[in-house]
Design a protein around this ligand. Structure first.
Ligand code: NAD
Length: 240
């Protein structure tokens, strides 16, 4: 599809944060290609966005799957925003190995496969934005695999910044803190809302929409000299 717009692929596009990012990037004038696991929800979202929005249902389980997921995105891809992810609590036992594999696959291995899929369609000026997490910065007690996966995202971001910098392609990540969302509801339940709020200098949970402006910025020309960075969007927790 050629509309003259820059094209961005958003994974996890019907999630709480992905939805806000899609709205913001559409407002910024990007052409959108949405990827998530449910075709019905994708079709509904696309109907609320500009008519050149495309989408693909995918679980991003392999290099071939990722290549198929971005096939309809267009010949040139100017941005990849990888928000697809899962957050699972588990025991630290050998029996949790399946959960570990799932968590790494659905947060980090899919990022590697997406990068190899989109790179041949990228040129100088393109940019990646990945989702890391406070869970990596702090290390989550009950989500060891998630903390590891989000650390892998940081390694990927830094490696890509060095490898692709000479081609004019940038790579950055956001590290959301505790966002008012379904994903962290089990943590709020387990740890207690008041205790969590007390750990946040701004004294409140973040809103999904507060991630979107940062992603917009990191994709934009205003961030043209920023690469290899992880932007903590956490109400100041990391300094607490
Ligand atoms: N919500 C938070 O507090 C928080 C904090 C730190 C980091 N993050 C990260 O931000 C990102 C978005 O989080 P969110 O709050 O919007 O979560 P969410 O659960 O609302 O959205 C995640 C989306 O990813 C999709 N998804 C999951 N596995 C997938 C797969 N294999 N293939 C394709 N799509 C898949 C889901 O269907 C869902 O729509 C995630 O990577 C998450 O780890 C969130």
């Amino acid at each position: 599809m050629s509309t003259g717009k820059k094209r961005v692929v958003i994974t996890g596009a019907t999630g709480m944060i992905g939805t806000c990012i899609a709205n913001r990037l559409a407002h910024d004038g990007w052409g959108l290609h949405l990827v998530d696991i449910d075709a019905g929800r994708l079709a509904e979202r696309a109907s609320q966005l500009p008519p050149d929005t495309t989408f693909c249902e995918s679980r991003l389980t392999s290099p071939a799957d990722c290549a198929a997921a971005i096939d309809g995105a267009g010949a040139g891809i100017d941005g990849l925003v990888h928000m697809a992810g899962i957050f699972v609590s588990h025991d630290l036992t050998a029996q949790s190995r399946d959960t570990y594999d799932d968590t790494l696959q659905n947060n980090a291995t899919n990022a590697y496969d997406l990068v190899t899929a989109v790179l041949p369609r990228m040129q100088s000026g393109a940019a990646f934005v990945f989702a890391s997490s406070l869970g990596f910065n702090r290390g989550n007690v009950d989500q060891v695999s998630y903390s590891m996966a989000k650390g892998a995202i940081v390694g990927l971001t830094r490696a890509l910044s060095r490898r692709l910098g000479p081609q004019g392609i940038r790579a950055n990540a956001i590290a959301p803190g505790i966002i008012d969302s379904k994903m962290v509801a089990p943590v709020v339940e387990a740890r207690g809302k008041e205790a969590l709020l007390a750990s946040i200098p701004l004294g409140r949970f973040g809103q999904p929409a507060e991630m979107a402006g940062a992603v917009s910025f990191l994709l934009s020309e205003d961030a043209s000299y920023i690469t290899g960075q992880v932007l903590n969007i956490d109400g100041g927790v990391i300094n607490g």
